[in-house]
Design a protein around this ligand. Structure first.
Ligand code: AP5
Length: 217
């Protein structure tokens, strides 16, 4: 099961990939999370990515390609993966195809999640993320049991640096211009399925699970 999750910022890629990875017992690979981790750890890759992530722009393809290539090369990816946030443009899609072909693999399915822009802005501006384990909540749509505290590990919840209105608008613009055309790339290869993601978290998980089962993925 090698699945790419596509969709705009805030549509629920990370939320769904976390649940599906547990359900299907394959890794959840998030380029956004790997970049934020590199920034937190002050690595060279983190330093190179920091300004772009803070501004809501894409970091250079070569840098993300290296990070993804290293991750996909690990043993746990042999059984499959949910890839969240990669590829993000046509050049990255070509890199992914090449990386997987080198290991005798290919993408089995691309699942595109969709929601209206007002919903995306609402979800992103209310998102809170656990500082320690990265679990994602929302101040009113997906509340933790105790305000400001992670249900999973008890650490404080924080707002992501790029979840402020001006940066959210920039990320949505980058998505429309550069990433949305990827749907056609996967459609042309017969791999694309689309799921409306405005419903409940559970409902969207079930819709994707059913689709992956139906398509034999
Ligand atoms: P990244 O971390 O990938 O951010 P993104 O694509 O903008 O996506 P998000 O994480 O914001 O949203 P999501 O769809 O995962 O939504 P979530 O599940 O959290 O990338 C960040 C930055 O890193 C980029 O801007 C770029 O700079 C860089 N980067 C990353 N990858 C790159 C690449 N390949 N190339 C170049 N640069 C790259 O949900 C959002 C909120 O909604 C949460 O609060 C959640 O609780 C809530 N929610 C989710 N689903 C539901 C639901 N069904 N009902 C109610 N609430 C819901």
């Amino acid at each position: 099961m090698r699945v790419v999750l596509l969709g705009p910022p805030g549509v629920g890629k990370g939320t769904q990939a976390t649940r599906l990875a547990l359900r299907f017992r394959v890794p959840h690979i998030s380029t956004g999370e790997m970049l934020r981790d590199a920034i937190r750890r002050r690595t060279a890759a983190g330093a190179a990515a920091e300004a772009e992530v803070a501004a809501g722009r894409l970091v250079p393809d070569e840098l993300v390609g290296q990070i993804v290539g290293e991750r996909l090369g690990r043993e746990d990816c042999r059984v499959g993966f949910f890839l969240d946030g990669y590829p993000r443009n046509l050049a990255q899609a070509a890199t992914l195809e090449r990386l997987l072909a080198g290991a005798g693999m290919q993408v089995d399915r691309a699942v595109e999640l969709t929601a209206g822009e007002e919903m995306l802005v609402r979800r992103l501006s209310g998102r809170r993320t656990c500082k320690a384990c990265g679990t994602v909540f929302h101040v009113d749509l997906n509340r933790p049991r105790r305000d400001g505290v992670c249900d999973a590990c008890g650490a404080p919840l924080v707002q992501r640096a790029d979840d402020h209105e001006a940066v959210i608008r920039e990320r949505l613009q980058v998505y429309r211009e550069v990433t949305a055309p990827l749907a056609a790339y996967f459609r042309d290869r017969g791999l694309l399925r689309t799921v409306a993601a405005e419903g409940s978290v559970d409902g969207v998980t079930e819709a994707i699970t059913m689709l992956l089962g139906e398509t034999g993925c």
